[in-house]
Design a protein around this ligand. Structure first.
Ligand code: SAH
Length: 205
């Protein structure tokens, strides 16, 4: 996975590559999908949701430029794979998932892997997690129609947020940086994520 999918596409942060090598991705998907867990594609994780392909997880993580010291806010825990990668690269992960059964399963996997620096809750992540703000790094793993304002407000200064945003043509991965009070938004590349559903995302169907 690292040699064929990540290195050739520009994932070069040694810490990110190491985390991708050691976190057992197959333990985050159902037994029936174990054989496909390291393939170059997203996989279903139940409740109509998906785990991103390895390259997208690595790219988003690399864009956060983590030092190991920070607390990271993640919106969209899903199966918890991205959370586990982050947990290996920062001090503490605060992750929010709107679907209770998914978070329950992710928590079991964290326990099984003895990962203890992930705090989690079931809630609408488009509201962020104000009690623990500000966050020097924020990652959103579902795409809404705009950048949720509470997340911009809860981003530390300096801080970096990585998230997909939907537009007419599809979705674009964006890097939002806050520095000296100024917020800059840089598009990175086209991506495909499930919907971010919430007050500052899409309305629930
Ligand atoms: N990072 C995850 C990706 C899961 S897919 C992984 O590694 O598996 C995105 C997740 O975002 C889904 O589980 C979906 O339920 C969740 N989600 C969508 N809208 C949300 C919201 N407003 N708040 C929290 N989670 C949300």
């Amino acid at each position: 996975m690292v040699e064929e999918q990540l290195l050739p596409r520009g994932i070069e942060d040694p810490a990110v590559l190491h985390a991708m090598e050691v976190v057992p991705r197959h333990l985050f998907v159902s037994d029936a999908l174990h054989a496909q867990a390291y393939g170059d594609f997203p996989l279903p994780i139940g409740n109509g949701q998906t785990i991103s392909q390895p390259y997208v997880v690595a790219l988003m993580t690399q864009l956060l430029q983590l030092t190991g010291q920070e607390k990271v806010l993640e919106i969209g825990t899903g199966c918890g794979y991205q959370s586990a990668i982050l947990a290996a690269l920062c001090e503490r992960v605060y992750t929010v998932e709107r679907l209770k059964p998914l978070l329950a399963r992710a928590r079991k996997t964290f326990d099984r892997l003895q990962i203890y620096n992930i705090m989690s809750k079931v809630a609408d992540g488009t509201e962020g997690w104000p009690e623990h703000a500000p966050f020097p790094a924020i990652i959103v793993t579902a795409a809404g129609p705009q950048i949720p304002q509470p997340l911009v407000d809860q981003l530390a200064d300096p801080g970096v947020m990585v998230l997909p945003v939907a537009d007419l043509e599809g979705q674009t991965l964006m890097v939002v940086k806050k520095e000296g009070g100024a917020v800059t938004i840089t598009p990175v590349e086209s991506v495909r994520f499930v919907k971010l559903v919430g007050t500052h995302g899409w309305k629930a169907a």
